[in-house]
Design a protein around this ligand. Structure first.
Ligand SMILES: Cc1ncc(COP(=O)(O)O)c(C=O)c1O
Length: 402
């Protein structure tokens, strides 16, 4: 067999070699329980359509029944009327966004893929917060981009997460192209602080790095703004890409609509938008029916968010009251988002605990390592489940700890 033929023995791209795709012990255990009809108290549920919200079904469906959807008039940035409705959503939040700066995508995940293509060559790197959202590894890996972590640390005295800027300085290499910031971050729930935004701006400007800001949870704040930056849509000093979408804003991930807002120095911004158009034009992935329906859906923002806000806050309050003075674990303060983090030395090793919880108590939680925490000792719970699931799940979890 020739060397070339040997190399072709494996038909697939080497991208996949870095991931272990075998079913893990937790998933195996879950698979075992399912056919037995065991009720699972799932504290990882983050699908808003699966937790009993009362969606205004008629309004949502009626928005799709428009004659315009029969016409295909693709535009690489997306339909102007849809982009105007997105700009209007920001206007209601008190932020000025020009429709011209908005590029529609099918999701924030696709927006990441577009931005990685736009900003980096395979082999180059992008900085990501740690802990953060687990999908980054796949989004970057599929584009051949390397991710380098920078740290977020929980400041006990202030009871808030802070960026370790020394870890950013230490992580940047000649091959670094951009920094990702999640505002508020998943799962820490931490918003960008004003002084952090100023420091980040200085780093990006002096090092010629772009800033990618994921604001999918920015409507879900628990605390008044104080020193928080609710959004970076007004940032213009460096190339800045702010992303969001219907998945979290309206709790409608199945509708598949996200966007990127491009800001920055005029020449760079124009070039970025031209290249982004080329990428989007290659796929034209956002469907016409969704683009026509989105302006109507965005009018439902208040109705839908109210339910999510109420649920998340009620569950958080329950957790707080359960954990006040709990000897075994503490609740880290979140400023927003859909998650809560519990910390305890008793959670180490995390894997043993989450397996025991599922096996003996039928409670499913995420371990900290799933979100790439720098050390063990954390559990992450979603605040979305209905009260009866959430409260029983949390009670069982806390009983296991004493
Ligand atoms: C921080 C963050 N960004 C993006 C997404 C994905 O959003 P989309 O459904 O728009 O891809 C998620 C989903 O949980 C998320 O947690």
């Amino acid at each position: 067999m020739t060397r070339i033929m040997q190399a072709r023995q494996n038909n697939f791209s080497s991208r996949f070699e870095k991931w272990n795709l075998e079913t893990n012990r937790l998933s195996l255990l879950l698979e075992e329980k399912k056919p037995k009809g065991v009720k699972i108290f799932d504290l990882t549920e983050s699908n808003p359509t699966a937790v009993g919200f009362d969606y205004p079904a008629d309004d949502i469906l009626r928005a799709l029944a428009q004659p315009q959807i029969l016409q295909y008039e693709p535009h690489p940035r997306g339909l102007l009327t849809t982009r105007q409705a997105v700009a209007e959503y920001y206007r209601r939040r008190g932020e000025l966004v020009e429709p011209e700066r908005i590029h529609l995508t099918v999701s924030t995940s696709e927006a990441y893929a577009f931005l990685f293509k736009l900003l980096a060559d395979p082999g180059q790197n992008i900085l990501v917060p740690q802990p953060s959202y687990p999908l980054f590894d796949f989004l970057a890996g599929l584009e051949g981009i390397e991710l380098l972590p920078y740290r977020l640390d929980y400041d006990n005295a202030r009871a808030e997460w802070r960026i370790d800027f020394a870890s950013i300085a230490g992580a940047i290499t000649e091959q670094t192209r951009a920094i990702i910031w999640v505002n508020p971050n998943n799962p820490t729930g931490s918003f960008i602080k004003r002084e952090e935004a100023a420091q980040m701006r200085q780093i990006c400007v002096t090092q010629h790095l772009a800033l990618i800001v994921d604001e999918v949870f920015s409507d879900y704040a628990f605390l008044p703004p104080l020193n928080r930056k609710p959004s970076l849509v007004g940032e213009n000093e460096m190339l800045t890409f702010v992303m969001s979408g219907l998945s979290k804003i309206l709790g409608l991930p199945q509708m598949k609509l996200g966007w990127i807002i491009v800001n920055g120095p005029e020449k760079l911004r124009r070039q970025a938008q031209e290249y982004l158009e080329l990428i989007a034009d290659t796929y034209l992935s956002v469907s016409t029916p969704v683009q026509h329906a989105a302006p109507k859906w965005l009018e439902l923002t208040t109705t839908l968010q109210e339910q999510i806000h109420l649920r998340v806050r009620a569950n958080l309050l329950f957790l707080q009251t359960q954990l006040d003075d709990h000897p075994a674990c503490r609740l880290l303060r979140a400023e927003g988002g859909w998650y809560a983090i519990l910390q305890s030395a008793d959670f180490v090793p995390e894997e043993d605990l989450i397996l025991a919880l599922l096996e003996k108590d039928n409670v499913l939680v995420h371990p900290g390592y799933f979100f790439d925490f720098a050390k063990e000792g954390f559990l992450i719970v979603s605040l979305l489940p209905p009260a009866e699931i959430f409260c029983e799940g949390v009670s069982r979890l806390l009983k296991r700890l004493v």
